[in-house]
Design a protein around this ligand. Structure first.
Ligand SMILES: [Zn+2]
Ligand SMILES: [Zn+2]
Length: 377
């Protein structure tokens, strides 16, 4: 694998900027004006579901909430010369200016219910400095770099004892709240295990107790033999889940027992993951012939959960051209999803699409070199 140097810089407001690859500039002493300090962020416990809710009022004042503004490359804060990275770059990660969770979270306010500090970390991952691209349009080298960056961030964030869960994700499209069109994803590191993850972990434990085997192994084998397959490779099964909640929902799940997190990926699996995710996003764009908005969420194993396979879940927002799937009353109020598209039909339609699949060579993969050549501004 090719070495991918990581350079650690700091904005004048204290936020970290990690530049991966060649370092082609430095940060201005002045830097961007500090965002609101986020003193109001905290967590509140919903006593009825016994789950935390993040409260982050400052996020509402984000300056870039107008879609007209964000499409415009000139006003893009993620392009070279923008406020986040003033120089050209290969890939970069920085602390979100408007975090919902932060390492130095302020004390939780004393209120008439249970509260907690919003401890954690919110990072933004810039896939490339090319504004007019998307995950599916990344070159093999750019894709390989993104996977190496995910592995690097995963290693560091999971190793921090302050974090109980780490989630790599992407919101693509204004409809799912991506206020900036520049190709990017995000990472949240949390001080607690979120509820859907906790429920999945419990299911794995119960399956192990009852069946004496791994739930993810069982599900992956079932997907692999089903008519819900979208595409497949040696390391990952790409299928519409048996009980898909969203029309055209797709899960990319590791075949190998023991591949629990991004950091467990061997080189062949890194390549196969990049190919599989690129394939799904290309199928999404070909499905209705426009850039389909989607949510893409990595599912890494929580601590102490040996039966768990690394997966990426993708939930696109449309069920037909011009018809969005709304998370409506029953879904929101009861958590009962109603899906208008049979998973087998969704899989057939996605699988029948013809999308390019240029190979990613093993020797084009990257491994981040640590410790970084620390260049602090
Ligand atoms: Zn841009
Ligand atoms: Zn397994």
């Amino acid at each position: 694998m090719r070495p991918l140097p990581r350079h650690s810089l700091a904005h004048s407001d204290g936020r970290r900027l990690l530049v991966y690859g060649e370092l082609r500039g430095s940060l201005d002493e002045k830097g961007p004006a500090a965002a609101a300090d986020g003193a109001e962020i905290h967590k509140r416990m919903d006593v009825f579901t016994e789950t935390w809710v993040g409260i982050a009022p400052a996020r509402n004042t984000r300056p870039l909430d107008s879609p007209a503004e964000i499409e415009d490359r000139d006003g893009c804060p993620f392009c070279p010369g923008g406020i986040e990275v003033p120089f050209s770059y290969d890939a970069a990660v920085f602390d979100n200016r408007y975090p919902s969770f932060r390492p130095d979270a302020p004390p939780a306010p004393l209120l008439d219910g249970r509260t907690g500090p919003a401890r954690g970390r919110c990072e933004v991952v810039l896939y490339t400095d090319r504004h007019d691209a998307s995950f599916g349009e990344l070159s093999p080298t750019e894709l390989a770099r993104v996977v190496a960056v995910w592995v690097d961030r995963g290693c560091e964030l999971w190793a921090d004892p302050a974090h109980a869960y780490v989630c790599v994700f992407e919101n693509r499209g204004a409809e799912v709240g991506a206020t900036i069109a520049h190709p990017h994803g995000q990472i949240y590191a949390l001080d607690h295990v979120p509820p859907v993850t906790a429920a999945k972990s419990e299911a794995h434990l119960r399956h192990r107790r009852r069946e004496e085997r791994c739930l993810s192994c069982t599900a992956t084998r079932a997907d692999d033999c089903s008519d819900r397959i979208v595409s497949t490779n040696e390391s990952f099964v790409v299928a519409v889940p048996f009980a898909a909640r969203w029309p055209f929902e797709v899960t990319v799940r590791a075949r190998r027992h023991g591949l629990r997190r991004l950091a467990d990926l061997v080189p062949e699996e890194q390549r196969d993951l990049a190919v599989a995710l690129r394939d799904v996003t290309r199928r999404y764009d070909a499905l209705f012939d426009f850039q389909l908005p989607y949510m893409m969420v990595a599912q890494e194993a929580p601590h102490d959960q040996p039966d768990w396979h690394l997966a990426f879940e993708l939930y696109p927002l449309y069920r037909a051209p011009g018809v969005t799937k709304i998370r409506a009353s029953v879904e929101t109020g009861l958590g009962l999803f109603l899906n208008d598209v049979a998973p087998e039909d969704a899989a057939r339609r996605l699988a029948d699409l013809d999308v390019p699949a240029e190979p990613i060579e093993l020797d084009s993969l990257f491994a981040v070199t640590q410790p970084d050549a620390a260049v602090l501004s």
